[in-house]
Every structure is written in structure tokens, then in C-alpha cells.
Ligand binder design. Sequence first.
Ligand SMILES: Cc1cc2nc3c(=O)[nH]c(=O)nc-3n(C[C@H](O)[C@H](O)[C@H](O)COP(=O)(O)O)c2cc1C
Length: 189
Amino acid sequence: MDFWEVIKKRHSVRNFLSQPVEKERIIEILEAARLAPSWQNRQCWRFIVVTDKEKIKKIGKLNPLNYNINFFLQNVPVIIVACANPKESGRRAGIEYYLVDTAIAMEHLILAATNLGLATCWIGAFDENMIKDVLKIPQEIRIVALTPLGYACEKPSVVDRISKIVARGGTRKRLEEIAYFNSWGEKLI
Ligand SMILES: Cc1cc2nc3c(=O)[nH]c(=O)nc-3n(C[C@H](O)[C@H](O)[C@H](O)COP(=O)(O)O)c2cc1C
């Protein structure tokens, strides 16, 4: 797929086919994450690929910390959990770079998945302790994000449609609202 096609095609999907994802494809998208830039090239990230149905069900279970909408995760073929070891990254002026490193790698992974015709949805609302427990993740490791991975259902679900309205999915600010020229507020175009 052409670069711009990938960028434009990526969107959050919340309705997946049960069709499993081929192992070679999972490896290919993990490879895209592996090549991401990071603080001092320390590569603090770790990715857990979850295909075990029982574990997926537990991760998607309703809990007070998710939007009550992430229950769609219970029925996805794969969940990728992006973790980080904060000690393998840095901090400057209050910015924790393990979050930055892992977010960049996760977006590499998500775009590589799009390139292969796979669907994803960045998930930030999750119960970290519960997932750590299910996946035996050590205490010092943080979970930064998750994404389901699989083939999208042609028809968006009710959850898809509600999420698109609540999170204004698909819409973006105009370029002049987010980009300036030489100083803050100066028009670029
Ligand atoms: C940091 C972050 C956290 C997010 N958390 C959730 C989430 O918990 N559940 C969900 O359904 N979508 C979540 N999203 C997806 C956003 O709602 C979505 O990216 C946004 O509405 C734009 O829509 P699009 O991805 O289809 O372009 C999250 C996205 C980001 C970047």
C-alpha cells in the first residue's frame, strides 16, 4: 500500500471477525515496532501478543476503568499489549519518555497492520493491575496501551457508531488550527 493510503485508511475498528491472524503477519507488524526510534535507542518497549481466548475474555471484561465500551475486546482474535520498562528510558522536564518511545513503536505497529489490511483500535482505558495479573507482567513494568488486531467486520457495530460520535472519530481539526509559522499563532497558510 502507498504511504498516504495507509495513513488515510487507518481508523479505529471496534467490530472484528473471529478469523485468526496469520503468524507471519503478526511478526511483520512487530518488526515495524522494533524499528521505531527511542530515547538513547534504549528500546524500553515490550509487546505481548495475546491469542488465548480465556485471557482475551478477561482483558475485555467490563470494569470501572474502561469506558464501558471496550467490552468489544472480549471477542477479538488477538490483543497486543504494549508494555515498557521505564528504567530503560529517560525523563526530562517532567516528560516520561517511556510513554513517548512506546507510543511511537505502537503507532508503527498500527500502521504496519493497516498496510496488511488488518484493523486495530488504540485502547487507553484499561485496568492495568488486572491485565498485569492475567499476563504475569512484573510490577516494575508499565502497560502503555493495547490494541485489538484482526480483520474488520464490514458492518460497523453499534459500539463502533457510538464511539465515533462520542470521540468524534474521523473528524480532524483544520491544519491552520494546529500548525503555526515561525511563532505561536502565526498563520502557516
Ligand atoms: C491515547 C488514546 C487512547 C484511546 N483510548 C480508547 C479506548 O479506550 N477505547 C476506544 O474505543 N478508543 C480509544 N481510542 C481511540 C480514539 O477514540 C480514536 O483514535 C479517535 O476517536 C480518532 O478516531 P480514528 O482512530 O478512527 O481516526 C484511543 C486513542 C488514543 C490515541
